[in-house]
Structure formats: structure tokens, C-alpha cells
Design a protein around this ligand. Sequence first.
Ligand SMILES: Nc1ncnc2c1ncn2[C@@H]1O[C@H](COP(=O)(O)OP(=O)(O)O)[C@@H](O)[C@H]1O
Ligand SMILES: [Mg+2]
Length: 387
Amino acid sequence: MKQKEKVQKYEKKIKEISKTLEELVWEMIRDLRESEQQYRSIVEFAADAIVSINVDKKVTSWNKGAVNVFGYSEAEVMGQDIDKLIAHENVFHEAVELSQKLLNGESIRSFEAIRYGKDGTPKNVLISAAPIFSHDNLVEAVSIMYKDISDLKQTHNQLVQTEKQATLGIIAGSIGHELNNLVGGMLIHARLIKENYGKPDRIKEYNEYILANLEKVAVHGKNLLSLSRPTKPQLEPLDLNVLLQQTTETLILSGVLKYVTIKTNLHKPAQPVYGDRNLLEQVIRNLEINAAHAMPTGGVLELATALSKDKNNFEIEFRDNGSGIPKELQTKIFEPFFTTKSAGKGTGLGLPIVKNILEQHKGYITLESQVGTGTTFTIGLPIAKTA
Ligand SMILES: Nc1ncnc2c1ncn2[C@@H]1O[C@H](COP(=O)(O)OP(=O)(O)O)[C@@H](O)[C@H]1O
Ligand SMILES: [Mg+2]
């Protein structure tokens, strides 16, 4: 082939290739535009609030979801400081800290927080956000998504209340039964006194029996009152050894654990954990009543406290030698409304709520179980750092 022909051949090839390349580039641009449009319409019509802010925390975009969730129109918020807009005094500090983290280049996922709408109503929101970086790797904006979970939260709180009432129903029923027995015993002894007038020794003996039973009645009365006290969520440093003992004591007195032998092995000193006393009592009661239900004709419930292996958590172990839980049900039991019990005995809400309460406390629950041998539930709560 002559030199010239060769060059022509190559030129032709190059032209062909660059045409293909050009087509490819155009195709890519079309794709990009399309996906950008898709992205835009997703953002525009999303039910969740999707907001962008610049490095001065000023709002630069505000979708329809944000209008719905917070009640401000786009025109009202453009250029406003996001934290001053939707974080009231009580959460302002936390909001500013969060924004700072994002502007420093961190991302966050599903952070549960409270923000406020235009009319002042608090909204339970899950915040997910990520910074957007410029070519030279500096944060130039932040994209934030707020998922309004206020309704979910309310439903959840109602369920916690329902389960609490069901548990209290079980305890109250049992106390009723105990009271009946005590009163029955006292009635017999009162009659005996009547029949034995003139026999001081006998009367003294019967009277003592009645007094001892009356004391038990008084304790039941006190317990019933303490069980029904209203609960306001409140975090405080707690000694889990004491909380475990007190809660168990109340259950024993109520008669719910009548056929159960309790053995306790406490790790001392307890490391303090931060928690809500009422919610954690609810956790302990649930696990102990579940254990009692798993041993209807009696058994042993071993309660032990310990430091976790990594020493960051304080743990309570509830070990029963009851029916056990088949492998295939061991995750199912944490699903709402899963129960193997008859109505009046089970709601299927105990374990999901126990799990949720522990998650709220940044703790955990695990279980080990074998059918016919028994079940051990272990809960752990982070040890409070002394300031
Ligand atoms: N200690 C246990 N031993 C055996 N089975 C258990 C134990 N704890 C829980 N379960 C099983 O898990 C199910 C769900 O428990 P829970 O959520 O507390 O609901 P409920 O007690 O109202 O049924 C129970 O119905 C039972 O089948
Ligand atoms: Mg239960």
C-alpha cells in the first residue's frame, strides 16, 4: 500500500471513531439530563421535606414536602437560617451542633429529633443529610431530608401504653387473687375468734394471723398504687441492681411469679446507667412475666447482672428453664402482635416494646434459647460516663 492510501485509510477510521464518540457523548448528556430531571421531580414531589442550605446555613431550596411538613412556603424561607427557622430554643443548641457537623463534611442518617412547624407544633422527624462537595473538595452546600414521623410516634406511644395496661392487667388480676386468699384467711380467723371468746390464748393467735395478713394487704395496696402512677419520661442515673430487685419484689408480691423460684446473682457495685425508671421497669416486668408464662407449672428464673465483655454496658440476664423458643421463631417474637398466648395473657407487644425501649436507651437485647431447655434474654444498657 502506498503511504498516501494508508493515511487516507486511517483518516477515515479516525472520523468514524470520533463520530461514534460524539454520539456517545450526546447520549450521555441526554441520560444525565434525564436523570437530573427525574431526580428533580423526585425531590419536588417527595412527601418528605428535602431542603438545601449553603455554607452560611441559609436555605437555598425547599420542596413541596418541606411546605407540607413545616407549613412555610418556599418564598418565606429562601435565604433564612435553617436552625433559626425550625429549631426552637429547647433544641436549638443540638440543631446548631448538627449543622456544624454537616458543614464539616460529615453525613448523618436517620437522626431522631424534634423540629417545629410555622404554627409552633413540634414535629418528630428523622433527619438524614449529606454535604455536597465542590471540585476542590470543600463543602459548598448540604442536602437535608426530614421525614415526619409524628403520627408513627403517637401510634407507638399508644402501643406502649396498651401493652403497659395489659401487663398491669395481668399483675392486677394476680393481686386480686392474692387479696382474695388473704381476705378469705382473715375471715376464717375472725370467725374462729368469735367462736373462741373466753380463750385468750386462742384469740391472741388468731388475732396475730389477721394482723400479719392485713400487713400483706397493705403492701399490695401500696404496690397497686405504685404500678398505676402516671409516667412522665425522665432520664436519671439508675442502679440496675436496685431496679431489678425492686421490680422483681413487686411482681413476687403480686403473685405473678408464684410457681417460679427466683435466684439472683448481682454484680456489685452496679455501674450507673442513664435511663427512664418507668420504661426500664416495664422491660424487666415483661421479661419476667414472659419467663413465668414459659414455666406454667413452675421452674427456676435466674436473674444476674454483669458488666458486658467490652465493659461499656451493664447487663441483666433473665435465664429460665421453661419451654424454650424454636429457632425459626427467635426473630419473629420481636415483631408486633406475634404471640403464642391466648387473649388476656398475651398481646404480642411485649418484646417489640422491650426492644424499642432499649434502642431508645442505646442499649440492646439478645437471646439464647433451646426448646425443652429454656431461654436466656440478656439486656444491656450503656454505663453512664461520669462527667
Ligand atoms: N422466656 C420465654 N420463653 C419462651 N417463649 C417466650 C419467652 N419470652 C417470649 N416468648 C415467646 O415470644 C412471644 C412474644 O412475646 P411478647 O412480645 O412478650 O408477647 P406476649 O407475651 O404478649 O405473647 C410469646 O408469645 C412467646 O411465644
Ligand atoms: Mg410478654
